[in-house]
Design a protein around this ligand. Structure first.
Ligand SMILES: [Zn+2]
Length: 121
């Protein structure tokens, strides 16, 4: 736990949880339903998560996908982790993005997350 970390104490933002991870909606959603799955233990790096923490996050990703499918009826999803500031990590506490995608939300979505460097399209 880090006192300065906004993801160590999410308070009433938590929508769902299991023993090792929680679910919140992104405060600046990239698309309707944009969700974050966040391990409870403070860990800056995805690669420092235990297998149990990864499994707990995966379980919540699956469960939230089911909820999003009913609530928003997206046509696809992007799932991803930004590892390190150079890769776009903003909060120094590992988190998974679950971003619903909708047909037509981008003129050419082919390649998805491989296009995170806009100049390398
Ligand atoms: Zn934290």
């Amino acid at each position: 736990m880090s006192d300065a970390c906004p993801f160590c104490d999410l308070g009433d933002r938590v929508l769902a949880e299991n023993e090792l991870a929680v679910v919140v909606r992104d405060l600046e959603p990239a698309s309707p339903g944009h969700t974050l799955v966040i391990p409870k233990r403070h860990s800056e790096s995805y690669f420092d998560l235990t297998n149990a923490e990864v499994a707990a996050c995966h379980a919540l990703l699956r469960a939230e996908r089911e909820h999003l499918a009913k609530q928003h009826r997206p046509d696809g999803y992007n799932v991803g982790v930004n590892e390190g500031a150079a890769a776009g990590q903003v909060v120094p506490h590992t988190y998974f993005h679950l971003i619903p995608r909708y047909t037509g939300d981008h003129p050419d979505p082919r390649g998805g997350v491989r296009h995170v460097i806009p100049t390398r399209r």
